[in-house]
Design a protein around this ligand. Sequence first.
Ligand SMILES: [Zn+2]
Length: 101
Amino acid sequence: MKLLLSTPSLVHAAHCQNVLLAAGIRAELRNTWLSGAIGEIPFRESAPQVWLVDDEMETQAWAVLDAAANPAPGPRWQCRHCHEWHEAQFGACWHCGAARD
Ligand SMILES: [Zn+2]
């Protein structure tokens, strides 16, 4: 396990995890239950965190997150199995794992 990033936003942390999972990179969220304690304990230890299950995936993980933060031009697409919408750069559905057409 390796700490990839900390963010004050649980929504952002969950988004990053979803992006990584969609790319086939195993990631877990930590500190999702401590938001009420921010201010009482140091931020670095209380903020939501995204952890990589496989340490060696860090370079690939950042590449995936960079790509997600800077979407490739192109139309969004909809999964034909579960009807979830995805940005153009994703090749598979994060929700059900189906490959893009
Ligand atoms: Zn799907």
